[in-house]
Design a protein around this ligand. Structure first.
Ligand SMILES: [Zn+2]
Length: 127
């Protein structure tokens, strides 16, 4: 893993190890294209705590986008009940992980995730 001297793009921490975050695949196993503006603007550097939260934010965004599609009646990964359950579990996990983070960044707030969970709970999908 590459490390450079600099500051974390999320919390601004300096003098700590930071790494260029490679996100690889998205939550639904699709290849993650860091150059596509809808998912992320540019490669960035994050310290360890923010890297973890950035990954949570990515999953949150993926799930959020699929919920939007589902609600709009479009083809969505969440039309599949297994994926739907997995997404619901992941959101609960994200809340728990964020709750345990000490140096919380501004990338993602627990209330945002809770709102998405509430939205998910109002949706029923054909099994
Ligand atoms: Zn940071």
């Amino acid at each position: 893993m590459d490390t450079v001297a600099g500051s974390c793009n999320a919390c601004g921490a300096t003098g700590v190890a930071i790494m260029k975050l490679s996100l690889g695949k998205d939550f639904f196993g699709r290849t993650y294209d860091r150059l596509s503006p809808s998912t992320d603007q540019s490669p960035k550097w994050y310290c360890e705590g923010c890297s973890m939260q950035k990954n949570l934010q990515r999953d949150f965004r993926d799930i959020s986008a699929e919920i939007d599609k589902l609600v709009a009646g479009q083809t969505s990964q969440l039309s599949n009940s297994d994926e739907f359950q997995r997404a619901a579990l992941r959101l609960r996990e994200i809340v728990a992980l964020l709750d345990a983070v000490q140096n919380r960044s501004l990338l993602l707030s627990i209330s945002e995730v809770n709102r998405l969970l509430e939205r998910l709970n109002t949706i029923t999908i054909p099994v």
